[in-house]
Design a protein around this ligand. Sequence first.
Ligand code: SAM
Length: 272
Amino acid sequence: MSQYYPRPRKALGQNFLTDRNIITKIIAAAQPAPEDCVLEVGPGRGALTDLLAQRVRRLVAVEFDRDLAAILRQRFSDASHVVIHEQDVLKVDFGPLLGADRFKVVANLPYNISTPVLFRFLEERHRFSKLVVMLQKEVGERLAAPPDCSDYGVLTVLFRQWFEVKREFLVAPGCFHPAPKVESVVISLVPLAQSRVEVGDQSLFERVVKAAFAMRRKTLWNCLKSADLLDPPRLEELLAECGIDGRRRGETLDLEEFARLSRQLRVARQQA
Ligand code: SAM
């Protein structure tokens, strides 16, 4: 049955997947099983939703576009295991929406909000068993970047701390309607049972990481000094105690070095 759809809305990052092969590959990466609960973010015209609904126990979809949410609700009106919420994924309260079940996430993300959505997934990671997300290639590269390259940043360090990150495959603009201007990549993220490193105090660790990348051209010493984390003379000593040269740039530190710095900073701040 043909379906009337409203014109794609650029402001909502609406680039709909049309390539059957890519749709199949995304579903294969998510490995939906009959006992699974799946959260789909931005189901749009339902390219992935139809296949997911056939395979899982529970499917929750969050779509911001009122018209598309209404069409999907109608389409799945006989499927009690599928619930379509017309909501903004950046504001939705995942607790009442998902309950106590652990969910797989499948999302072809609207590219204009992909980074804040990733940070939400990071915050809510305890709810998820696996995430398969499509992003613009540039953001995907940041998730999987090694230290000392321009893509390496806050997103890389925090996702490396909490997830196994795997770059699945690239997707060309011609696989969507309308075609986006950039290439895309599918990434899978599996939350670790615990942090990959001992950081001492998570919020202090995040402050340190954010400070280190806040002024990318400045040295680590300058960045940390500006963040007002510790008296400058003590900060200088602390860097030496950690075996980290303050003249380095933040982007050269690996996860273990950030963790060491954060642990020792915590102790130094308690003693100050
Ligand atoms: N999953 C569909 C597909 O693969 O063809 C659509 C993907 S399209 C790139 C992104 C979808 O996210 C659109 O349907 C758009 O309306 C929806 N969207 C945009 N902003 C959103 C938000 N803040 N919360 C939830 N969904 C949003």
